[in-house]
Write a protein that binds this ligand. Structure first.
Ligand SMILES: Cc1ncc(COP(=O)(O)O)c(C=O)c1O
Length: 381
């Protein structure tokens, strides 16, 4: 258990800011191949184009445009537009949820490894315990460990399936048991569902927390499966309107409201979700075959496993130099950005130190893998 009083440097975002736009091959992207404004507007036809051009660039409603909230609500079984609050990306949603719910006398549990703000934001507010996914058992979550971490003042449990960086989706029966555990203790289940809808096997798709549990809070965004991170449109769906209202009061200190043009484009994407999602899944399927084929070609260096969903995985690097030096060599000598284990080290629970995150959701996979192959073979000659 750790308690921190301020936010540390966001290692992952700092690392990506250093390399993402300067290196030649971004091979660790957690978003899918993005769409251009032109491609998106083509889906909506003349009406979408005209409505974007006529939009006045004023402030927008803090909760999000009513039409957009209604379209988002339709992606849930139990939500109305009023149960949805939009944010500037999922990141702002994470920040607002924790600040709305947690105070110094509370306790939260976070499943690790994690997207860093999932643990550092609550750590700045209250006591936090980590429960690690188990790499020896296909990254599953042991519910007895979650139960053991619960205290009388535990208010929130953060989960993220499909999981960044492993691609794990919790087994369905365990997910239902986890909900029961939260229900018994009155814990809010904060479910980061940003990689949902890119399950490799759709039968593994989990119910959304807000539909499955009265204290379920579903976090989502158009950045990942929809390939639209530049819109910065995320949201939280929650059936407790008072909690949503507390979150919007936090949002008033951050973005205040969403960007109007982004809201219009987000609506077009949601209205054509089948097209956009099929496109992402096709690219990810192809990328996955290539990345796993590449890893299998060097059995002395890599040990892979089968991720359930999302567009990234977290294979083991077995080379003598260690994964940190490997990733450094890849980016400095070959312009290939990967994320080494150190970026995913949690302050809460142990994280394997011999892993790296590699992505397969973008169309640049061939070039990135070729550059990696060349660097590896060069060392062997
Ligand atoms: C698990 C997880 N949650 C939240 C976010 C934040 O999403 P966004 O960049 O759309 O704000 C990310 C981004 O990578 C993520 O991986």
């Amino acid at each position: 258990m750790v308690h921190m009083s301020s936010l540390p440097d966001f290692k992952l975002e700092t690392y990506l800011a250093q390399w993402e736009f300067s290196a030649r091959h971004h091979m660790t992207a957690s978003d899918a191949e993005s769409l251009s404004v032109r491609e998106l507007l083509a889906l909506g036809g003349d009406a979408a184009f005209e409505s974007l051009l006529d939009l006045r660039l004023s402030y927008t409603e803090s909760y999000g445009a009513p039409e957009l909230r209604a379209a988002i609500a339709k992606t849930y079984d139990t939500c109305a537009a009023d149960d949805v609050l939009c944010f500037a990306g999922a990141e702002e949603g994470l920040y607002c949820f924790y600040h709305a719910l947690l105070g110094p006398h509370d306790h939260a549990i976070v499943i690790t490894p994690d997207y860093q703000s999932a643990e550092t934001v609550p750590l700045a507010l209250c006591a936090v315990s980590g429960v690690a996914l188990d790499p020896r058992e296909n990254w599953t979550l042991h519910l007895d460990q979650v139960a053991a971490a619960i205290r009388p003042n535990t208010r929130a449990l953060y989960i993220n399936f499909p999981h960044n960086p492993t691609g794990k989706i919790l087994e369905r029966d365990r997910f239902e048991e986890l909900i029961e555990l939260c229900r018994r203790h009155g814990i809010w289940l904060f479910s980061d569902e940003v990689y949902r809808l890119i399950e490799r096997d759709p039968h593994k798709r989990l119910r959304q927390a807000v539909d499955a549990y009265e204290r379920g809070v579903s976090l989502n965004v158009l950045s990942k499966a929809f390939g639209l991170p530049g819109l910065r449109i995320g949201w939280i769906a929650c059936r407790d309107r008072a909690l949503l209202e507390r979150m919007v009061r936090v949002k008033h200190y951050l973005s205040i409201c969403n960007s109007g043009p982004s809201e219009r484009l987000a609506l077009v994407a949601l209205q054509h979700s089948e097209y956009v999602l099929t496109r992402t899944r096709t690219i990810a399927r192809d990328g996955y075959e290539k990345v796993t084929g590449f890893l299998a070609g060097f059995p002395d260096l890599f040990e892979a496993y089968t991720p359930d969903g999302g567009v990234v995985m977290f294979p083991r690097y077995k080379g003598a130099e260690g994964v940190e030096a490997f990733c450094q060599r890849m980016v400095e000598e070959g312009g290939v950005v990967l994320l080494p284990s150190s970026i995913y080290v949690s302050a809460l629970s142990p994280t394997p130190l011999d892993r790296f995150r590699i992505g397969y959701g973008r169309r640049n996979v061939d070039q990135g893998l070729n550059a990696m192959r060349e660097l590896i073979l060069r060392r062997r000659i």
